[in-house]
Ligand binder design. Structure first.
Ligand SMILES: *Cc1c(COP(=O)(O)O)cnc(C)c1O
Length: 362
């Protein structure tokens, strides 16, 4: 029996079908993605000062642990509707995890091409356990994307990277959820930028909600790249992008122009943060907010702190300023990064006295 309560949450396609390129005939290939919490952040709000409210859109709570699921449900549903038999993607990790899971759900064949040694172990495990055909290349993400673009152009396989417009359509629902929750759009929206699909999607979502009168204003979009992989900031592609935030280790973003458009139209900015700033923000989130997000996600918070230090956020008399930050993926994807950046626990004799002494209880 399938539980079919009218009130039950049925995933982003069902919830936002009016705003998506779907019909009754489009199959609902869903793992109940979306509907993620917008968590108020007391400590970050306090850092900015009275009248500022910072919220975390915690996309790590999607079924495969990243926002990619929002786009994948739509991309996969359309692939099934169009009678495709296989999908392919290049990935820094999360796209492959999501594509693999949704393919398993849809009974679709899934091929993923990844840069060897440059994706977090959790993400690789996901792609493998969901039975995707995983191919590692001795090259980076940009090489992998070139290859899968060529294959999908010449063979009957659907590309499910974010240049697939259905991915962007699905991902824009995160902006809808934020507006629905807040009752308006935020004043600023901060997010990490890798291949730049997500900043494109959020901006599209905010604009659509605004034009449909579902929200009364628009946010300024603030995107952050990792310094060692910041082609948009520098204005030219990076041949060898480097950052420990592997999810945004991209030298030539596919949605470059759209990201610049989002920045310009919203009067926002695209800037970069160093790996040190990313790790510091990653620890602040975990330690002070109890939220474990992966390093790429922490680029949002690193960006928030960088701008705050510069005095970017101006107090407006009599007005609350609302800032939302997307935390794109779950910290458990890449536990090694956490372990590497924290002091290891002491190992001692199995004695109560010793434990009391070392733990600081007395
Ligand atoms: C994919 C991804 C990003 C980058 O998103 P783009 O749409 O490529 O800009 C950031 N963080 C995480 C965790 C991701 O998986």
């Amino acid at each position: 029996m399938i539980l079919n309560s009218k009130k039950a949450y049925k995933g982003v396609i069902e919830r936002y079908k009016k705003f998506l390129p779907v019909s009754k005939k489009t199959p609902r290939i869903t793992l109940l993605e979306g509907n993620t919490p917008l968590i108020y952040s007391p400590s970050l709000s306090k850092r900015l000062g009275k009248s500022f409210e910072v919220y975390l859109k915690y996309e790590g709570l999607n079924p495969t642990g990243s926002f990619k699921d929002r786009g994948m449900t739509v991309a996969m549903a359309k692939a099934v509707e169009n009678k495709m038999k296989a999908v392919i993607c290049a990935s820094t990790g999360n796209t492959s995890a999501s594509a693999a899971a949704y393919s398993a759900r849809a009974g679709m064949k899934c091929v993923v091409v990844i840069p060897e040694g440059a994706i977090a172990l959790g993400k690789l495990a996901q792609a493998l356990i969901h039975n995707a055909k995983v191919v590692a290349i001795k090259g980076n993400f940009d090489h992998a994307l070139d290859i899968v673009k060529e294959i999908s152009t010449n063979y009957p396989v659907t590309l499910v990277n974010s240049i697939n417009p259905y991915r962007i359509e699905g991902q824009k629902t995160a902006a809808f959820e934020i507006c629905d929750y807040l009752g308006c759009s935020p004043d600023f929206h901060i997010l990490p930028v890798g291949n730049a699909g997500n900043i494109t999607a959020y901006w599209k979502g905010y604009k659509e909600y605004y034009s449909q009168k579902k929200s009364s204003c628009l946010p300024q979009m603030l995107g952050f790249q990792a310094k060692g992989a910041s082609p948009i900031v520098r204005g030219k592609p990076f041949k060898n992008p480097e950052t420990l935030a592997t999810a945004i280790r991209i030298g030539n973003p596919a949605s470059w122009e759209k990201a610049v458009e989002a920045k310009d139209e919203s009067k926002g900015l695209i800037d970069s943060v160093t790996d040190n700033q990313i790790i510091s923000a990653y620890k602040i989130l975990a330690k002070q907010e109890g939220v474990f997000a992966e390093p790429a996600s922490a680029a949002s918070i690193a960006g928030l702190l960088k701008l705050n230090k510069k005095g970017f956020f101006k107090k407006i008399k009599g007005k609350r300023t609302i800032i939302t930050c997307t935390l794109t993926g779950h910290g458990l994807k890449d536990p090694q990064i956490a372990i590497n950046n924290i002091k290891r626990p002491p190992v001692i004799k199995p004695s109560t006295k010793e434990v009391l002494k070392v733990s600081g209880i007395i």
